[in-house]
Ligand binder design. Structure first.
Ligand code: HEC
Length: 124
């Protein structure tokens, strides 16, 4: 019985949403670098650390902010016919948040090999 309770408790804990960060409190149109970094963290799952992953998911680091913003807004407005996932992701952000994310990733050097890049092996 004790064991079953323990298992139930772990199952409950496992079900807690990891991304339950309250972004709705960001009512203003400008964001601190900490706020933007928090939002950008959810992109790393697919686009790699700092958006530098090269592979089937497009690299977003170092691309012009205007291009990234236009793509994100197009995803949000269902204007990208072959989108698989970004349409749903983009809908979760305000236009101002998407602009902040675009300028965040455009400012990252896609080639940089700094100390924060340890989580991921370079793909050659
Ligand atoms: C679940 C995986 C996943 C997550 C999380 C994710 N993306 Fe994407 N992203 C993709 C895929 C796959 C594509 C290719 C378009 C598609 O199939 O929807 C893409 C495309 C893009 C593009 C267009 C790039 C191009 O060259 O057209 C941008 C910009 C982008 N993502 C930004 C972001 C940002 C910013 C976040 C975080 C808010 C994010 N993505 C989170 C998987 C993801």
């Amino acid at each position: 019985m004790k064991r079953i309770l323990h298992m139930a408790a772990s199952a409950l804990l496992g079900a807690l949403p990891l991304s339950g960060v309250a972004l709705q409190c960001l009512a203003e149109d400008t964001f601190s670098s900490e706020q933007t970094a928090l939002m950008a963290g959810s992109c790393a799952n697919c686009h790699g650390t700092d958006g530098r992953l090269v592979g089937s998911v497009p690299t977003i680091a170092g691309r012009p902010a205007a291009v990234l913003e236009a793509r994100l807004l197009a995803f949000k407005r269902d204007e990208v016919g072959d989108a698989t996932i970004m349409d749903r992701i983009a809908k979760g952000f305000t236009d101002a948040e998407l602009a902040a994310l675009a300028s965040h990733f455009s400012a990252i050097d896609p080639q940089a090999d700094d100390a924060t890049d340890t989580e991921q092996e370079p793909q050659e």
